[in-house]
Design a protein around this ligand. Structure first.
Ligand code: NAI
Ligand code: MG
Length: 374
């Protein structure tokens, strides 16, 4: 079930290697809770399969470090990360630091310089769980959102003058480059092409935003010519929210800008049951740099330390990481175990259950060690 839908399973995998170096950055809030649960599961999985090893190194990069040292990371952090095959990330953000400082201090400070320009967000309803949409069954909602992850509205351009004065001015400049749009469009078309329905919907706002968004539309139509077997359609972002809610079956692969896809993917996660299940891969499709894998959710201060965090998003994230590393058997086994325990009703509160992080983790470990018959 999970293998066919996996977003990165069809990407070119590196040559087989028996041991992979993983940088683990649990970060803040529930990040450490879900990442430690995932590492526990990965250790059991690799031991059981005995076909490859994961050498996991833990980094304390997060808000505590920032409050002590003034930096989220050491200065040579990019060189450090380049020594790894992949990065497993939890979340960053704390009530004690403004969100734009924490996001730019850690997550964006990794994604942007490492050219992880493709942010890939698979979304589907897991067995045994429910969409809040009436009449939306597993299979009715099975999407991959491809988010441009290096420029656009999150290019970091702009500034503030006359801060605090009545005539203060602030600008937030979106940057779109032909190269940036072309490469993400090519990536999204290849994702769409490798999925059974071969459909791509691209989302812009080219009625109101007549420069960058119109260039997006043009470049995507040019790239589409190289993928004649992919059916393409276009939506304006506001109308897209309506279509996602009213006609989820009509969508498959979705391509959008950094901001639009960020918003649409939270909606997608909620429609699929909970943000607590939604994974993300920040990929450098050239494989020159390590890619980073993380749940979509943030630090969830409201449930931090309570043992309530749903670890499924990070388990699914780890499965995507294993696919990217070329370990598809392990990736599929992990998702099968997750789907089995969801189907059996061992789910956290956000999915309507009453299990905690530990119970879900224990059930997945048990399922890996001793799979129950279907
Ligand atoms: P959030 O995703 O942390 O939480 C939103 C809601 O979803 C909360 O009610 C939370 O309890 C629930 N939720 C999230 N993950 C869950 C899980 N695994 N299991 C059960 N329930 C879960 O988003 P919010 O509240 O907007 O942001 C909190 C902090 O996280 C902020 O500092 C924000 O900047 C940061 N953040 C970081 C991200 C990252 O590191 N990639 C992504 C999104 C937010
Ligand atoms: Mg987001």
């Amino acid at each position: 079930m999970s293998s066919a839908n996996n977003i990165v399973s069809n990407a070119a995998a590196p040559t087989f290697k028996s041991s992979y170096k993983i940088a683990s950055i649990p970060g803040d809030g529930i990040g450490p809770e879900v990442v430690s649960a995932t590492i526990e599961v990965l250790k059991v999985l690799t031991k059981k399969l005995d076909t490859f090893e994961l050498e996991i190194t833990d980094f304390d990069w997060g808000t505590d470090r920032y409050l002590k040292t003034g930096r989220y990371t050491p200065e040579d952090y990019l060189e450090v990360l380049k020594g790894f095959d992949a990065i497993l990330f939890g979340s960053v953000g704390s009530p004690s630091v403004p969100d734009h400082i924490s996001l730019w201090g850690l997550r964006l400070a990794i994604c942007q310089p490492l050219q992880q320009y493709a942010n890939v967000r698979p979304t589907r309803i897991l067995p045994g769980t429910k969409s809040p949409l009436a009449n939306c069954q597993p299979g009715d909602l099975d999407w991959v959102i491809v988010r441009e992850n290096s420029e656009g509205e999150y290019a970091g351009q702009g500034g503030r003058s006359h801060v605090g004065c009545d005539h203060e001015v602030a600008t937030e400049l979106s940057i779109f480059t032909r190269t940036g749009v072309r490469r993400i469009a090519q990536f999204a078309f290849s994702v769409a092409q490798n999925r059974p329905r071969k459909m791509l919907t691209y989302v812009t706002k080219s009625n109101a935003q007549r420069n960058g968004m119109v260039m997006w539309d043009e470049v995507i139509r040019e790239v589409a010519e190289d993928y004649p077997n992919v059916t393409v359609d276009h939506m304006l972002v506001d109308a897209m929210t309506v279509r996602m809610v009213l006609n989820p079956r009509s969508l498959d692969t979705i391509l959008a800008t950094n901001l639009h896809a960020d918003i649409l993917s939270d909606l997608a996660a909620a429609l699929a049951g909970s943000i607590g299940i939604a994974p993300t891969a920040n990929l450098d499709p050239t494989r020159k740099n390590p890619s980073m894998f993380e749940p979509i959710h943030g630090s969830a201060f409201d449930i931090t330390g309570l043992g309530l965090a749903n670890p499924v998003a990070t388990f699914w994230t780890a499965s995507e990481m294993l696919h990217w590393l070329g370990e598809s058997e392990a990736a599929v086994s992990l998702m099968h175990a997750v789907e089995k325990i969801c189907a059996a009703g061992v789910v956290t509160r956000d999915l309507g259950g009453n299990a905690g992080t530990k119970e879900v983790t224990k059930a997945v470990v048990q399922e890996i060690l001793d799979p129950k018959p279907q």
